[in-house]
Design a protein around this ligand. Structure first.
Ligand code: ACO
Length: 431
């Protein structure tokens, strides 16, 4: 809280509201007492301008293109860490020591298996079930298979049995959901492989066709997961917090986060990017046609993968993902026409005043799909990959929300009612 206050004048009356300052200097008007003082509420559809909590996890400056987890720049973390190191950072606030990291790796191995009875669930999903629906269902059922969370002394204390278990098992569930989707036998986790190598092996190893884990694939996957690991408040993370504010345990909250992420406006956007690039390819690379459609105010069409609600400059994650994309395709010698199309589209957009004047740059989803494709990950698994990456962020927010008395208050937005008022009731026989 600063000494500063804001004055709101409505109907000639002045209401004084406190101003809160963040550690990086942004200011927020604290309106919590506004209704009590004045009877007014605020209207902010889509939460374009509403802070729903105070958080110490992730800092984002959309104008300058800054993203930091617990104070560390995303580029430093992506260059120097493996994913589970960053997961540890998000959950505890500190990077692990070598000993702590070893212990955490051991936990990832120890909890990697899922209860055999859960395997039967996989058998009863219809063929071609969406891996996202399988993931959300299976994460929800962890609550019943691993109820020990309720007995944990400090369930909100960073690395707990439950958080380690969840991080490890979601990876297994994600890979199993793919195997189920394509009708192949499940591949169990191997204790000798790292977090990401294990995931790739569970995805691609087949009877009589052993999978060789390429080091570049492991490097790329670690970086992609790190770059997706948290993004402060957004549809899925705020969903996790909101559901959790009702007192619900971690597993159902994460299941809710998975469902929120599923949408094409959120985690499903990189799938839409691949479809768009494919359409442009099939249409003889007629870039002008699609750019013109995107610019036409009477056409709802947009170039997917461009623009972001908060970044009004190049998304710092997109910059790094573009570099990884080139490295993966070069090393694995993958010749993907969609990369060429993406690069040409980006170039043309960067030369077009419509996009430049609106600060529309590639976002995190623009190049990530091309990397996943090069790694052999099919399009219907892209959002699952996003969920795997975002998991530590969701858990960290759930823990933070529960540890803070103020933000753990049950979420209960208000509304401005615009419906009919007080209609006389008409009995069934008279309608
Ligand atoms: N293509 C063409 N025009 C666009 C695009 C785009 N991708 N994005 C925004 N615009 C235009 C809008 O038409 C609008 O133009 P106007 O001022 O002439 O009306 C202007 O830019 C501002 O657009 P808004 O929708 O107000 O911007 P907002 O910040 O609300 O939207 C959003 C951000 C939803 C991401 C938008 O840029 C978009 O739809 N992008 C394509 C979808 C996409 O890539 N989504 C993934 C986001 S990343 C993530 O969620 C992980």
């Amino acid at each position: 809280m600063t000494q500063e206050t804001a004055q709101l004048i409505v109907d000639g009356k002045t209401y004084t509201l406190p101003v809160v300052e963040s550690t990086t200097g942004e200011r927020a008007i604290d309106i919590r007492s506004l209704r009590q003082q004045s009877g007014y509420i605020t209207l902010d559809s889509g939460y374009m301008n509403t802070g729903s909590c105070q958080s110490t996890i992730t800092y984002l400056d959309g104008d300058q293109g800054i993203l930091r987890y617990r104070g560390y720049d995303i580029a430093d973390l992506a260059a120097n860490c493996v994913f589970i190191e960053v997961a540890y950072l998000l959950l505890t606030g500190e990077l692990p020591t070598a000993k702590e990291l070893d212990r955490f790796k051991y936990d990832m191995t120890r909890y990697a298996l899922i209860h055999e009875d859960m395997i039967h669930f996989f058998d009863h999903f219809p063929p071609n079930s969406s891996p996202m629906s399988i993931l959300s269902t299976m994460v929800g059922t962890l609550h019943d298979f691993y109820p020990e969370m309720d007995q944990e002394e400090d369930p909100y204390g960073g690395i707990t049995t439950t958080t380690a278990r969840l991080l490890s098992k979601v990876r297994t569930i994600a890979a199993f959901s793919y195997k189920k989707n394509i009708g192949h036998p499940l591949v169990y986790p191997r204790p000798d492989l790292s977090y990401c190598a294990n995931f790739l092996n569970m995805m691609f190893d087949r009877p009589n066709m052993p999978y060789r884990v390429e080091p570049i694939a492991v490097i790329a996957l670690n970086k992609l997961l790190i770059l997706h690991a948290d993004h402060e408040q957004n549809c899925s993370t705020s969903t996790v917090r909101l559901v959790g504010s009702a007192g619900v345990g971690l597993y159902p909250c994460i299941s809710a986060g998975v469902n929120a992420l599923w949408g094409p406006s959120h985690g499903g956007a990189n799938v839409a990017v691949m479809r768009m690039l494919e359409t442009i390819r099939r249409d003889g690379r007629d870039y002008d046609k699609y750019i013109a459609k995107a610019k036409d105010p009477n056409d709802p069409y947009r170039l997917t993968g461009f623009g972001h609600r908060v970044y009004k400059t190049y998304d710092p994650r997109a910059k790094l993902i573009k570099e990884i994309c080139t490295a993966v395709l070069d090393t694995l010698q993958v010749d993907d026409p969609l990369l060429e199309i993406a690069q040409e589209l980006e170039y043309r957009v960067s030369q077009d005043d419509y996009f430049v004047s609106r600060n529309l740059y590639p976002n995190v989803d623009f190049y990530s799909g091309i990397i996943y494709r090069a790694l052999g990950i099919p399009t219907n698994m892209f959002t699952v990959m996003f969920a795997l990456g975002r998991l530590p962020g969701w858990i960290a927010h759930w823990q933070e929300m529960n540890s803070d008395k103020d933000s753990s208050r049950i979420g209960r937005p208000r509304q401005v009612y615009r419906g009919l008022v007080n209609r006389p009731f008409v009995r069934l026989e008279d309608r």
